[in-house]
Design a protein around this ligand. Sequence first.
Ligand code: CAA
Length: 246
Amino acid sequence: MTARIALVTGGTGGIGTAIVQRLARMGHKVATNYRDEAKAKAWAEKLKAGGTDVVIVPGDVANPASAEAMVKAVEAQLGSIDILINNAGITRDTTFHKMSALQWQEVINTNLNSCFNVTRPIIDGMRNRKWGRIVQISSINGQKGQYGQANYAASKAGMHGFTISLAQENAKFGITVNTVSPGYVATEMVMAVPEDVRNKIAAQIPVGRLGEPGEIAYAIEFFVNEEARWITGANLSINGGQYMGW
Ligand code: CAA
């Protein structure tokens, strides 16, 4: 296997950490961004103690200039980025009739505009080198909608629109672009949903439980593999059977 250079945005989060560990275990060099330096350093130390080396660089994916500086910092330390996982995301859940412009904008900027901000400074290098793997981490709620998530569902549905356009434009350059749509995984984000609401949602999952971060990271290993070269523009649902749309 060729060792590649990977950037996972939001790598310090629940699903992000599992993706970072999985890519590193595959033999790739992995970087992620942070906004809180002390927290990220502690996180990286913990991973290092477990045998995973990860490069951490400052960067706010919601801000175009900051995202570009983040990409440059990764490339200065590791070299050109071959694998990009657009994973950073937030929620600001509330019913739409109560939603503020700020709650809308924060979610769209962090989850969707980040795809532009981070991918734009990376794509030319992938096209020049004729190899690349880009994966958007979307959500079941971008596929089915969710009460209280008009902002989040719009951002996550938009991510797959981004995927299928980029997939078409870059197919002939050896770049695949795919989406993974996780269901409810036991991370801080999901545990922040009020317990009674969360229990009702969990009861709708045929497999009978929330997902584990590693069960999402498994799909990243699949998509970045050399042999996945003919898989592009796909949206893989990983949700314990909660939503089976096709
Ligand atoms: N369908 C129908 N009615 C619903 C509903 C649903 N799914 N969810 C809530 N309601 C109803 C309630 O029964 C209640 O009705 P009554 O007033 O008649 O009793 C009413 O909506 C409450 O509405 P409010 O506007 O007063 O809402 P609230 O301020 O109490 O909070 C909420 C509503 C913020 C949406 C809260 O229910 C919530 O947090 N829901 C979970 C949203 C969610 O799934 N978020 C996922 C976060 S994790 C993630 O995003 C990761 C991922 O990708 C999967």
